[in-house]
Ligand binder design. Structure first.
Ligand SMILES: Nc1ncnc2c1ncn2[C@@H]1O[C@H](COP(=O)(O)OP(=O)(O)OP(=O)(O)O)[C@@H](O)[C@H]1O
Ligand SMILES: [Mg+2]
Length: 404
């Protein structure tokens, strides 16, 4: 937390966070932003987070992203006006900001211009050259000047902007060029501080292989919360839910049961909390005592449902590959095809594709290479629990008969 806060405060490079899916990355950024904002209110430098991370959509272009950013920044100026004023920062008049927001000139800028990435061919949406000054690339001059003036050329601080879930670029490689184009516009804008965050090693890959090299700080690696902290986590969460609420919350699992769940789901906090929530609700409704053995049977039932659903797609050879992958520690690459009984990598990919579709396995790009690492997901772990249970009938599959 303090590392992230100090990287945002120093502001020289883009702060970056890397960590497994569901480990708590987004929460860490939100809490760091909240703390920096509180510190500003108590007299420290103005480091003020935007209301939420800026979403990156699969069809994002540079202009659509910049437009979204402009709206958020204008809102931020209006929202934090009083605090900035009180501390003697030069902020734009809210009426000017509102008028500027309504001005169609900047809003239509770039529509019909170069789509993703090159940044070189923006068109103006109108021939108007009135109040908002223009640059062909980057944030509109008016907004840029407001940020510059308010945050004293960026030296004093800035609005903290986050782009989360960068792993989306694996689905649409155009997004990589969108990010690269932002390097010389939004990412270099005085008065803005940036945090980029992603799972699946995307941050490292971006830093190693793109034009952003040299602009991105070394990532902060966020690891799963240690087992010894789980008791504390449960207690804090219970406290948070109980505070300021009329209704009494359904008690969460105790630390021992939660730890069991956390371990079974490969230490994904997101999935563990989701299943804990669902299990607690069920236990409460049915008046069942939330013991570990009851939880185990409940998880096996959930796993069996997914096992059944996945069996429409995954056939015996695929299930054998899945079984072997779990036995090998839940992680492999296609280059290991022989170890998994495939003379070539093609047939292994074919079977793996079905496991990927069924969300039993996840593919991640290995930084600095074109290879993929394949990891069993929390859902895959649940399915494996069911497959290993004598309570669940094997579907079309037994480990000895699956050669095809
Ligand atoms: N330190 C923490 N203590 C308690 N709960 C936490 C903590 N950090 C995160 N959580 C909870 O864990 C869940 C997952 O957190 P979060 O969404 O931040 O993870 P993430 O790494 O951003 O996930 P994803 O990779 O899916 O984006 C959320 O429900 C969040 O409230
Ligand atoms: Mg997240």
């Amino acid at each position: 937390m303090s590392k992230l806060q100090s990287k945002i405060a120093s502001g020289n490079l883009l702060a970056t966070i890397n960590g497994p899916v569901g480990v708590g990355k987004t929460s860490l950024i939100a809490v760091a932003g909240y703390r920096l904002h509180q510190e500003f209110l108590q007299g420290e430098a103005p480091l003020i987070p935007l209301r939420a991370p800026l979403p990156l959509h699969a069809s994002e272009t540079v202009s659509s992203f910049e437009r979204k950013l402009c709206y958020e920044l204008a809102d931020a100026f209006i929202e934090h006006r009083d605090a900035l004023k009180k501390r003697g920062y030069h902020f734009p008049n809210p009426n000017d900001v509102r008028g500027w927001l309504r001005n169609p000139v900047w809003r239509t800028r770039g529509l019909g211009g170069s789509a993703a990435g090159t940044g070189a061919q923006y068109t103006r949406g109108s021939s108007g050259t009135s109040s908002p000054g223009y640059v062909e690339f980057g944030l509109p001059n008016t907004l840029s000047a407001w940020l510059h003036d308010c945050f004293r050329g960026g030296e004093a601080g800035g609005f903290v902007c986050t782009i989360d879930n960068l792993e989306l670029i694996w689905q649409n490689r155009q997004l990589q060029s969108v990010l690269e184009s932002l390097r010389d516009s939004a990412f270099s804008q005085p008065g803005l501080r940036w945090v980029l965050c992603g799972a699946e090693q995307v941050v490292r890959t971006l830093a190693a292989t793109t034009r952003l090299h040299g602009r991105m700080d070394d990532p902060i690696d966020l690891n799963p919360i240690g087992d010894d902290q789980i008791g504390n986590l449960i207690e804090k969460r219970h406290e948070a839910y109980t505070r300021d609420r009329q209704a009494k919350p359904v008690p969460l699992l105790g630390p021992e049961e939660f730890l069991f769940l956390y371990d079974k789901l490969g230490k994904s906090l997101r999935d563990s909390l989701r299943y804990a929530d669902s299990f607690s609700g069920w236990a409460h409704r049915t008046g069942t005592h939330a013991r570990t053995d009851v939880l185990r049977d409940w998880l096996i039932e959930r796993g069996a449902e997914h096992y059944h659903d996945a069996s429409f797609r995954v056939k015996p050879r695929g299930w054998k590959l899945f079984d072997d992958l779990v036995a090998a520690g839940g992680l492999c690459t296609y280059s290991q095809h022989k170890e998994f009984g495939f003379p070539k990598d093609g047939p292994m990919r074919e079977q793996m594709q079905k496991l990927l579709y069924a969300n039993l396995v996840r593919a991640e790009t290995v930084p600095g290479s074109r290879r993929h690492s394949l990891t069993v997901t929390p859902l895959g772990r649940l399915v494996k629990m069911a497959m290993s249970s004598p309570l669940v009938q094997p579907l079309h599959y037994s480990p000895t008969q699956a050669n095809r």
